[in-house]
Write a protein that binds this ligand. Structure first.
Ligand code: HEM
Length: 439
C-alpha cells in the first residue's frame, strides 16, 4: 500500500480554501498535518515548505520529473515549454534564456524607465489610478519588445489587444475545473476563449512567416525561427507560437502583480517607515539617475524581495510528477506521485521570517536566505526563465514611479488576494490616489 504523508481528505474543501485565502491557505495545513503533507487526487500531490524537503526536490536529478498534468495544453498549447520535459525542455530553455540575462536584458533598462514615465505621465493630483492596470500595461510593453522586437506603437497595440483578450478569457474556474470546458454550440466562456485563441493564432502565424522571411534579428521570435535541431530541422509554427504565448503570459501578469503588491504594501499605514526609508534612498540619487544606478539601490532591492516573499504568486506553483522514486524527509515517494514546493509555507516560517505576516524589507538586509528558504521564482531545472528580468523591471518601475509621485491607497481595507487565472494577485487591483507630483 502507498504510504504518503497525512493531509486533507477532501479535494473540494482544499479548492474552497484556496479560493478563499489563496496566499495563506497552506500554512494551517502544514500546522495541522505536519510538513510534508499530501493532497488527494489523481495522482495525489505531496507538498513541502521545509528547506530540507525543498532541497531534495530542487537538487534531484533533472530527469526525475515531468509536468504534473498536460491539462493546461488547451490554454498554453501542446508544445509549451511549461508542459514538455527531458532533453526537449533543456534545449528550448537554453535557446530562450539569453535575452533575459546579462547585457541583452540590461539593454531594456532605459526603455523600462521610459515606459514607466510614459504610462504615468498623465497622472494628476487627486486622480484615482489602478496600480495593477498601469503595471500591466508597462510589463506587457516590455515583454512585447523583448519577445517580438515590436516597438512600433500601432503594431504593438494591436498585438497587445489580442493577447490581453486571450489572457483575460482564462477564467480561474475554467483553469481549475476541466469539466466546464465545453463549447456549448458557440456560447459561454470556453467557446469565447477558443474564438479569441483562433484569432490570435492567425496573427501570430503572420508574424512568424514574416520573421522567417526577414532573417536573423535580436528578439526571441527571431531566435526561435532560426533554431535548428540535430537534423537541421526548424521548429514548427505551432512550437514557435506556443513559446511566444507562454512568454507573454508568464512574463507580464506576474511582474505586474508583484509591482502592484509592492505599492500596496508600501502605502499601508503600518509600513510608513519602510516607504520613507525607500524615498530617502531614491531621492539621494539626485535628478534623472540612470537605470543602472537606480537598479543598484539596496533598500529598493530589499523591498522587492520582501514583496515577493510576503505575496507569492501561487502557494504551490508548478507541481511536478515523479518519474522515479524520491526520498523526501523520511518518505520514499513512488514514481507517479506529484510533488510541489509550498512557497506559501516556506515564506511564512516563523524560524526564518519572524512575524512572517509583517512587511519588513530589513530582513533581507540583515541576513541572506538560501534558494531553499526563499524561492519566489521556484528552483531547479524549471526555475523561472524570466527571474532576472522580473526583478530588474520591478526595481526600475517602482523606483521611477516613487521618485515622481506621492500616492496613497484609496481604501485601507486589507487585501488578502484573489486567484486571477493562474496567479494570485490583489483582489481589487490596488486603487490609489495621486497626492502630489514631485519635482
Ligand atoms: C515577479 C515576476 C515573476 C514571478 C514571481 C515568477 C515566478 C515563476 C515561478 C514560481 C515559476 C515556476 C518555477 C518552478 O517550477 O520551480 C516560473 C516559471 C516560469 N516563468 Fe516566471 N515569474 C515571474 C516573471 C516572469 C517573466 C518576466 C518571464 C518571462 C520572461 C517568466 C517566464 C517564465 C517561464 C517561461 C517559466 C517556465 C520555466 C520552465 O518550465 O522551464 N516569468 N515563474
Amino acid at each position: 500500500m502507498l504510504t504518503l504523508p497525512p493531509g486533507p481528505r477532501s479535494q473540494l474543501w482544499s479548492l474552497i480554501g484556496y479560493l478563499r485565502d489563496p496566499i495563506g491557505c497552506m500554512v494551517p495545513l502544514a500546522r495541522k498535518y505536519g510538513d510534508p503533507f499530501s493532497f488527494p487526487g489523481k495522482p495525489p500531490m505531496v507538498c513541502t515548505g521545509d528547506p530540507a524537503g525543498i532541497k531534495a526536490i530542487y537538487t534531484a536529478e533533472t530527469d526525475s520529473f515531468a509536468p504534473l498534468s498536460k491539462d493546461m495544453a488547451v490554454f498554453l498549447g501542446r508544445t509549451s515549454l511549461l508542459l514538455i520535459d527531458g532533453a526537449e525542455h533543456r534545449r528550448l530553455r537554453k535557446l530562450m534564456m539569453p535575452p533575459f540575462h546579462g547585457a541583452r536584458m540590461r539593454a531594456y533598462g532605459e526603455a523600462i524607465c521610459h515606459l514607466a514615465e510614459r504610462h504615468t505621465a498623465g497622472w494628476k493630483p487627486d486622480q484615482q489610478v489602478m496600480a495593477y492596470e498601469v503595471a500591466q500595461q508597462i510589463s506587457l510593453d516590455v515583454i512585447l519588445q523583448a519577445v517580438f522586437g515590436v516597438s512600433e506603437p500601432a503594431r504593438k497595440a494591436a498585438l497587445a489587444g489580442l493577447l490581453l483578450e486571450l489572457i483575460n478569457g482564462f477564467s480561474p474556474l475554467l483553469v481549475l475545473l476541466p469539466s466546464l470546458r465545453r463549447e456549448l454550440g458557440g456560447v459561454g466562456p470556453f467557446a469565447a476563449f477558443l474564438r479569441r485563441q483562433r484569432l490570435l493564432h492567425e496573427q501570430l502565424r503572420t508574424l512568424i512567416a514574416a520573421a522567417r522571411a526577414a532573417g536573423p534579428r535580436e528578439d526571441i521570435l527571431s531566435l526561435l525561427v532560426e533554431a535548428r535541431d540535430e537534423e537541421g530541422q526548424p521548429m514548427t509554427d505551432e512550437e514557435v507560437m506556443d513559446q511566444l504565448i507562454l512568454l507573454v503570459i508568464a512574463g507580464h501578469e506576474t511582474t505586474a502583480i508583484s509591482i502592484a503588491w509592492a505599492l500596496y504594501a508600501l502605502h499601508r499605514p503600518e509600513n510608513a517607515a519602510a516607504l520613507e526609508r525607500l524615498r530617502a534612498e531614491l531621492w539621494a540619487l539626485g535628478p534623472d539617475p540612470e537605470a543602472e544606478k537606480l537598479d543598484k539601490q539596496p533598500y529598493l532591492e530589499a523591498v522587492c524581495h520582501e514583496t515577493l516573499r510576503r505575496f507569492p504568486l501561487a502557494p504551490a506553483p508548478s507541481p511536478r510528477r515523479l518519474l522515479r522514486p524520491l526520498e523526501l524527509m523520511g518518505y520514499t515517494l513512488p514514481a507517479g506521485v506529484g510533488v510541489s514546493v509550498a512557497i506559501g509555507v516556506a515564506h511564512f516560517r516563523e524560524d526564518l521570517y519572524p512575524e512572517p505576516l509583517r512587511f519588513r524589507p530589513e530582513r533581507f538586509l540583515e541576513r541572506k536566505f538560501t534558494p531553499f528558504e526563499f524561492m519566489p521564482f521556484g528552483g531547479g531545472a524549471r526555475r523561472c526563465l524570466g527571474a532576472a528580468l522580473a526583478g530588474y523591471e520591478m526595481r526600475l518601475v517602482l523606483g521611477t514611479v516613487l521618485r515622481r509621485f506621492r500616492l496613497r491607497l484609496a481604501s485601507l481595507r486589507p487585501d488578502t488576494g484573489k486567484v486571477r487565472a493562474a496567479n494570485v494577485g490583489p483582489a481589487h487591483g490596488v486603487r490609489m490616489i495621486v497626492e502630489e507630483r514631485l519635482a
